[in-house]
Design a protein around this ligand. Sequence first.
Ligand code: BEZ
Length: 222
Amino acid sequence: MMENQEQQEFYPMPRIGDQAPDFTAMTTKGQIKFSDYAKDKWVVLFSHPADFTPVCTTEMSGFATRKKEFDELNTELVGLSIDSIHAHLGWVSNVKEKTGVYFDFPIIADLDMSVSKKYGMLQPNEAETAAVRAVFFIDPSKKIRLIMYYPLNVGRNMDEILRALKALQVSDSHKVALPLDWTPGQQVIVPPPKTLEEMEARNKETGIDRIDFYLSKKDLKL
Ligand code: BEZ
């Protein structure tokens, strides 16, 4: 544990709306240059603290067993940890042998921590040499759209990762907002009016559930 926060190296924290930092890295599926990778697709880029550890094994298995759902959402998975490619290969084959689950997506071997540092995955007061559990939702234009950070000792929730990804895509394609706990099939929020004219039009609109001019919901056929 470092004693003085001011003495710590400063790592930038990417923000929602930023272009995803570019990198070239070795993965379990060969070298990737991120800006050329998964063109026209969404990417869920996620880090885990270490190979051959229990929580990480459950999380990676969760991504692997639900990969088809990510495929259906036009989304590529990319994992990362600060381990060697040999550790990754050993872990992937060990999990396959012991459980039958195969991590069929690239996992970055970020031994020099260059990608972890660019993405703010290194949070020294939580762990100095391991990446925290970060998830970056990156759209096809390579813009960061949503970020999750979890500590070392709490695993992520795969339902929430998939729900958030679907919500981002529905929000983009239908120009709507999604309320608390939204899941596909539930009503969506119609963007509130921005002028008095739009407000008067909204008040006369039919086919929507209008609580007041600023809060209206409608059904959406997906
Ligand atoms: C785990 O995945 O179980 C784990 C990894 C690093 C620190 C603590 C837990």
